[in-house]
Write a protein that binds this ligand. Structure first.
Ligand SMILES: CC(C)(COP(=O)(O)OP(=O)(O)OC[C@H]1O[C@@H](n2cnc3c(N)ncnc32)[C@H](O)[C@@H]1OP(=O)(O)O)[C@@H](O)C(=O)NCCC(=O)NCCS
Ligand SMILES: CCCCCCCCCC(=O)O
Length: 172
């Protein structure tokens, strides 16, 4: 049986362009300009068949993302792999802390899978930095489309010394 994204001869073909436009009051957010080009695992193939990701800041300066889960994120037939959704939450929530000025790595990520996510769906990944106390930055987020919530997550980020976003940009 022919699989999604597979050409007739069995070779992978690229899926067509996907509309990842944001809400009217969102501003595009340049993640590599803030953290460098290291975040390739999730957002490094903007035209590929795995994920396609576009970042924004909303009117409250919180990081938001439009994410397309392509055929190569498959887990259960026709639906996204749980690890693929966890990876998206890891990147988006960690990046949200950086975007808020905290130089962190992710210490703990708690992910609840609420609804099976069909492949080739564009979803919104919402984030909110809810607290910052000492070295601990708590970020929450969810994957949703309309009223359907696919994933909810809480992320404990831990700041690293001498790695502030400002100092990283100064070093370039
Ligand atoms: C997260 C990390 C930097 C913390 O190590 P550390 O700098 O030695 O800091 P500590 O272990 O002293 O932890 C600092 C605080 O965070 C808390 N903390 C750290 N990791 C935690 C976790 N997974 N869950 C809950 N609390 C955690 C500690 O309890 C401590 O709290 P306290 O100050 O109230 O005692 C380190 O464990 C690490 O590098 N982990 C790997 C991170 C990673 O690979 N992330 C994915 C890529 S971003
Ligand atoms: C030095 C830039 C680091 C950016 C970190 C953003 C969160 C990534 C999460 C992870 O790698 O698990």
């Amino acid at each position: 049986m022919k699989q999604v994204g597979e050409a007739r001869d069995g070779a992978e073909s690229l899926c067509p362009p996907i509309d990842l436009v944001g809400e009217p009051d969102w501003q595009p957010f340049d993640a590599p300009a803030l953290v460098g080009a290291s975040l390739r695992f999730v957002s490094g193939e903007p035209d590929g068949n795995r994920y396609r990701v576009r970042y924004y800041r909303d009117a409250h300066q919180q990081l938001q993302a439009r994410v397309w889960f392509g055929p190569e994120t498959e887990g259960p037939p026709g639906h996204a792999h749980g690890g693929s959704m966890a990876a998206v939450m890891d990147e988006v929530l960690g990046l949200a802390a950086w975007a808020a000025g905290h130089a962190i790595v992710v210490g703990n990520l708690n992910v609840s899978f609420r609804t099976l996510l069909p492949l080739e769906t564009v979803v919104t990944v919402e984030s909110a930095v809810v607290s910052a106390q000492g070295r601990k930055v708590l970020v929450e987020g969810r994957i949703r489309q309309g009223d359907t919530v696919y994933v909810e997550a809480q992320c404990l980020c831990i700041t690293l010394p001498d790695q502030s976003p400002a100092s990283r940009q100064d070093a370039r």
